[in-house]
Ligand binder design. Sequence first.
Ligand SMILES: *[C@@H]1O[C@H](CO)[C@@H](O)[C@H](O)[C@H]1NC(C)=O
Ligand SMILES: *[C@@H]1O[C@H](CO)[C@@H](O)[C@H](O)[C@H]1NC(C)=O
Ligand SMILES: *[C@@H]1O[C@H](CO)[C@@H](O)[C@H](O)[C@H]1NC(C)=O
Ligand SMILES: *[C@@H]1O[C@H](CO)[C@@H](O)[C@H](O)[C@H]1NC(C)=O
Ligand SMILES: *[C@@H]1O[C@H](CO)[C@@H](O)[C@H](O)[C@H]1NC(C)=O
Ligand SMILES: *[C@@H]1O[C@H](CO)[C@@H](O)[C@H](O)[C@H]1NC(C)=O
Length: 181
Amino acid sequence: MFAIVIIVVLFFSAFSVQLPWSITSTCREPSSLITFDDIKNINASGIPIPNGYGGLNWGNGMALNGLNSSSGTGYTTGVVSPPNLAYDTFGNDIVITNATTKTFTINSFYSCAVWYDNITLEMTGTREGTTLYTKSVQLFMQNTTFIELNWSDIDTINLNSVCFWCCGAKHFTMDNLCVTL
Ligand SMILES: *[C@@H]1O[C@H](CO)[C@@H](O)[C@H](O)[C@H]1NC(C)=O
Ligand SMILES: *[C@@H]1O[C@H](CO)[C@@H](O)[C@H](O)[C@H]1NC(C)=O
Ligand SMILES: *[C@@H]1O[C@H](CO)[C@@H](O)[C@H](O)[C@H]1NC(C)=O
Ligand SMILES: *[C@@H]1O[C@H](CO)[C@@H](O)[C@H](O)[C@H]1NC(C)=O
Ligand SMILES: *[C@@H]1O[C@H](CO)[C@@H](O)[C@H](O)[C@H]1NC(C)=O
Ligand SMILES: *[C@@H]1O[C@H](CO)[C@@H](O)[C@H](O)[C@H]1NC(C)=O
């Protein structure tokens, strides 16, 4: 048993990707990967994701070093590519809009609830104010949910977490976002 563990550790360290088997860190062509890891000078509470990052504008998205955060919270569980991820500032909606192209496609991302289990993440994709797509998923602290949308030709995605027993601590995380611009 011990030998197996060592072999598995060696196997993973050879690839420098520390992920469970079910999680992939690439996007399908022609989608590109946004990991938040190249955002620099992040302090302990995180900094606003700059507009234009990844070719998109970011309303209310914070970039945080998840590996430096309290273990046992979604901030650490939610890290897919170390060390950074995004979260919703003050638990308010993240609104991602087009910045360099007229529209974009949201393919997928990984998400966790930060402080409480089974919060609901409500997502809406719109173009020129018309709602084209909606979806809700449940999120948890100790496991990461892969959310695959494939929402094409939108100019806005709104991500709103809902939790009536969280007293406002309804934060969620986002990592390894796949988008096509
Ligand atoms: C993360 O923790 C390391 C080691 O404690 C520290 O050097 C680094 O400044 C921290 N980074 C952030 C963004 O808090
Ligand atoms: C982190 O940086 C942000 C943006 O510059 C700032 O608003 C916030 O006060 C800083 N937090 C800490 C703990 O320094
Ligand atoms: C972003 O979308 C809006 C609304 O569809 C559009 O008016 C604007 O021109 C787009 N921005 C770019 C850079 O194409
Ligand atoms: C999550 O909450 C929903 C109701 O919102 C419930 O149906 C479901 O059983 C809960 N799941 C878990 C794992 O607690
Ligand atoms: C995720 O965590 C929740 C709460 O602990 C649990 O109910 C659920 O079964 C877990 N889901 C998976 C896929 O492990
Ligand atoms: C998203 O697109 C991929 C590639 O075409 C496909 O394999 C996958 O099933 C799609 N998923 C959803 C939820 O539409």
